[in-house]
Design a protein around this ligand. Sequence first.
Ligand SMILES: Nc1nc2c(c(=O)[nH]1)N[C@H]1C(S)=C(S)[C@@H](COP(=O)(O)O)O[C@H]1N2
Ligand SMILES: [Mo]
Length: 355
Amino acid sequence: MSARRPPIVGRYTAEELALAARNRGMPLEALRYDVTPPGLHYLLVHFDIPAEGPDWQLKVGGLVSEPFSMGVEQLKALPARTLRVTMECAGNGRGQLSPRYPSVPWLEEGVSTAEWTGVPLRALLERARLRDEARDVVFRGADRGFERGIEHEFARSLAPGEAMRDDILVAYAMNGASLPPQHGAPLRLVVPRWYGMASVKWLHAIEAIGQPFDGLQQASSYHFRQAPGQKGEPCTLMRVNSLMVPPGIPDFYSRKRIVVAGTVAIGGRAWSGAAPIVRVEFGAGGAWRDAVVEPLHAPYAWQRWSVSWDASPGEHELSCRATDAAGNRQPLEPPWDLSGFGNNGVQRIAVTVTA
Ligand SMILES: Nc1nc2c(c(=O)[nH]1)N[C@H]1C(S)=C(S)[C@@H](COP(=O)(O)O)O[C@H]1N2
Ligand SMILES: [Mo]
């Protein structure tokens, strides 16, 4: 495997700026929407958005008894399901770490929720009849490029047991309209509860193989590592996390918040791939108290939380901290990871309250 890029300390580089401009985040005020309007959904495209073409085919093959290939219209004729799914990039929060890995320098905005419509993956795998020798199921995207000197198309895999879950979709619609080009048109995988990298866009092939998939995006990228050279643990489920809508109004350049003294309605969203959110604590000036958390309405979507804050004149730091039903709780500080994956440290917002 060729060398990893050296870590960065200090100012953002031109390469990071270029990546950030292509792969924009969700403006945090959009946390107000249950379902993120498509133009505000965060975006991550490793290479170029491939051209879509009317003759797009999805091939299902490899270690299956009945390989087949089907066009998008044929797929749309199969029984469909719509799921509301919160998706977060595994690298969300990377830009807060130091040293940081040279990649998309997300601060905290690499998360959104959409309603995806498509055919359950399980129905396609049942039709193809996975053979017993299948050890891994590979999902291939049509976008191609180099990373760390290796040319590949973006591809990921799931173990057969995971792939047969009934909540994974081969989606052709987002929020009731055809998939936009940047979100994977004409077809993408949507893997609820997992970090976004599992949801392969521009999906053109599903292939069952007899050994664990060794593609770069599967075997090398998307692993939690403390230090270089480690094999690490694969990124899978989204860690417990929460964000708030920054209150008041911003200063254009610094984005610092200005709030008028008085009772301020504070709110945001919390999510976890492991279990529903059972608690959100709101922190102001070092004191924490419980916010009101809405019950889980859609099993794969974030939950709304709210609290009212008595804002007194002066400088304040606001934060929020979620706990899920499995007992996972956000750490107060960003957890260290070499590539900046899985940063679920609490959000901190500096607020100036004016009289
Ligand atoms: N083919 C392909 N699929 C992909 C990617 C990609 O670059 N190419 N990026 C992945 C990553 S890392 C994330 S976080 C999600 C982002 O999905 P979105 O851009 O629709 O928000 O898509 C995933 N699927
Ligand atoms: Mo991602």
